[in-house]
Design a protein around this ligand. Structure first.
Ligand code: ARG
Length: 565
């Protein structure tokens, strides 16, 4: 249910009745419970135009609200804020509808938007590292979110599988023979070893150079070696995807190399349209506000990362008919995307109406605020990080002693992987974030464990109750009403998270919801003998609905719940 839109409409109607020209109207959430549930702060801005004081305008708006079952009370506060309280009976009956609906009253877009999400996109010559973790996890959440809200989502794994280094890598793969598969398991090492051989063995260096040329001219033998190399590298990425439980599959791979054939035409078109010009022998596009031009083709005829991205954006807009294209890539590439979007629109590769967004994110830092590295200064491998998360979770739940021995491994996996994902998702993606094991694997604070605990706690209450839930939701005390209103907000939260590609809106909401539930539960006994059966039924229903909402939210984040913790 789009609660805010409903309230906006009510205010809009009052403007019409009062003959005030209605601008975009938007209510906001009240900053404190004593100010009600929502606020409308638009009266101040109208004062000058209407020649009235904001308080006069506010009372005019209130007078025109008329009879609505939605709002129980309004009040003018301060210079002219309108505080709005929702009617608890209205809220309760919406909650009764919500609990009977699998989608929790969250609507599906009637006109789905075709949305391409470019994420993960690792480079095949190197091991996936923690930097790719953020892209993979944030991208996966966006895919789930857009899809849940009813958009047509197309996943694109734009893997880096082309470049001169592949000559050296396939030559080395060829020379290392049988051990290829195992040595490729550690790509970082494989690359280093190849480089050592390249620098010290001139015959090998010559073969490597020859292979680059043969590869680029489409030689069968070299292409086969290269395909084998990419195949094995991708399998390693897929192990990580499986471990993380993300949706990306082989079918979603649309590699850089797949655009090779279109690159000359891209350069030609940009030149013909007068957008690209020769500069120092290279074909360049100058973009306002950028110090360096976007290079389309080098002096030696070679194409670059940006050229491939131009071909890819054109393909996405024209062939895939994307209406929104979201690139989940770290913030250091923001200059690149600014240029890319500018050129793509100017060249008409993409219509003006298409939404292009760089979903940028900051770096992962260690406790002391430095880039996350291994003890000896190397990059932390993703596989090792995830293994450590699961191992730490396992130790924790073994100490806790609440799980059956046969469940421990699965529970540890759910908790460990969930914690890593949640840590990534719960900070504003634009900032760097500190990765601290003790913090992310804690039952306190804004963590996945806290939410999983709240969920499991509710399941345990429901189990103790035993029988089927009955009755209706009654919102009596203040905490109950607040919890009820909070539950109705889920669609608004998901919509703004989707609009702005901000997963942390969802985590903040779930955290607030769980905290509120815990408070409610502390103050309002559910299973004690002296509780009136009608009230008990209502509280059980409210608990159940809270659990379902937490589960739905976590599902969008790609995090599993546990029935027992
Ligand atoms: N392979 C690139 C990297 O690891 C990321 C590619 C992002 N996507 C894109 N269309 N440029 O830096």
């Amino acid at each position: 249910m789009k609660l805010k839109s409903i309230l906006n409409q009510i205010i809009k109607d009052t403007f019409v009745k009062a003959g005030i020209e209605a601008k975009p109207i938007s209510v906001s959430e009240a900053s404190k419970p004593e100010f009600g549930d929502y606020q409308f702060n638009g009266a101040m801005a109208l004062s000058k135009k209407l020649g009235k004081t904001p308080r006069e305008i506010a009372s005019q708006i209130i007078a025109n609200i008329g009879d609505t079952e939605l709002i129980s009370k309004t009040e003018i506060a301060g210079p002219g804020f309108i505080n709005i309280w929702l009617d608890s009976k209205w809220v309760a009956s919406r909650l009764d509808e919500m609990r009977l609906d699998d989608r929790l009253l969250i609507e599906k877009n009637t006109t789905p938007m075709t949305t391409v999400v470019d994420y993960s996109s690792p480079n095949m010559a190197k091991q996936m590292h923690v930097g790719h973790l953020r892209s993979t996890i944030i991208g996966d959440t966006l895919v789930r979110l857009f899809d849940f809200l009813g958009d047509e989502v197309i996943l694109q794994n734009h893997i880096g599988d082309w470049g001169t280094q592949f000559g050296m890598l396939i030559a080395y793969m060829e020379s290392s023979g049988e051990d290829t598969y195992s040595s490729l398991g550690d790509l970082e090492q494989f690359y280093k070893d190849a480089k050592i051989k390249f620098d010290s063995d001139s015959d090998f260096a010559n073969t490597a150079r020859e292979y680059v040329v043969r590869l680029q001219s489409g030689d069968d033998y070299c292409l086969k070696l290269w395909q084998q190399f990419i195949g094995v590298s991708l399998t390693h990425c897929e192990d990580i995807y499986a471990e993380l439980g993300v949706l990306l599959g082989r079918n979603d791979v649309r590699a850089e190399s797949s655009y090779n054939e279109c690159l000359p035409a891209i350069a030609k078109e940009l030149k013909a349209k007068g957008i690209a010009t020769e500069s120092d022998g290279a074909l360049c596009v100058f973009v306002d506000g950028s110090d360096t031009p976007l290079i389309v083709q080098k002096g030696d005829g070679g194409f670059l990362y940006a050229t491939t991205d131009l071909a890819a954006i054109k393909y996405r807009a024209r062939e895939l008919e994307a209406q929104r294209i979201s690139y989940v890539v770290d913030a250091r590439q923001s200059g690149h995307f600014k240029q890319l979007f500018d050129v793509a629109k100017r060249a008409g590769f993409v219509n003006k109406s298409v939404i292009l967004e760089h979903v940028s994110f900051g770096m992962m830092l260690d406790k002391s605020g430095r880039p996350f590295k291994t003890r000896d200064g190397g990059t932390v491998k993703l596989a090792n990080l995830l293994d450590e998360a699961v191992a730490r979770a396992k130790q924790m739940i073994e100490e806790r002693g609440t799980q059956k021995p046969e469940d421990i491994d699965e529970v540890a996996h759910t908790i460990g992987i969930g914690a890593v994902k949640y840590a990534e998702l719960s900070v504003n993606r634009q900032s760097n974030y500190i990765f601290d094991w003790n913090k992310i694997l804690s039952f306190d604070g804004n963590t996945s464990l806290y939410l999983q605990y709240a969920y499991a706690r509710i399941q345990s209450i429901l189990r103790s109750h035993g029988t089927k839930l009955e009755g209706k939701i009654l919102l009596i005390d203040e905490l109950e009403v607040r919890l009820g209103v909070m539950l109705l907000k889920i669609e608004d939260v998901l919509r703004s998270a989707s609009r702005e590609s901000m997963p942390h809106y969802v985590t903040s909401y779930l955290y607030e919801l769980s905290t509120l539930f815990m408070k409610f539960y502390e103050h309002n006994p559910i299973l004690k003998n002296n509780v009136d059966p009608k009230i008990r039924d209502s509280r059980l229903l409210l608990a159940d609905l809270t659990a379902k909402t937490i589960r739905q939210g976590l599902d969008i984040l790609g995090i599993k719940v546990l029935d027992k913790l």
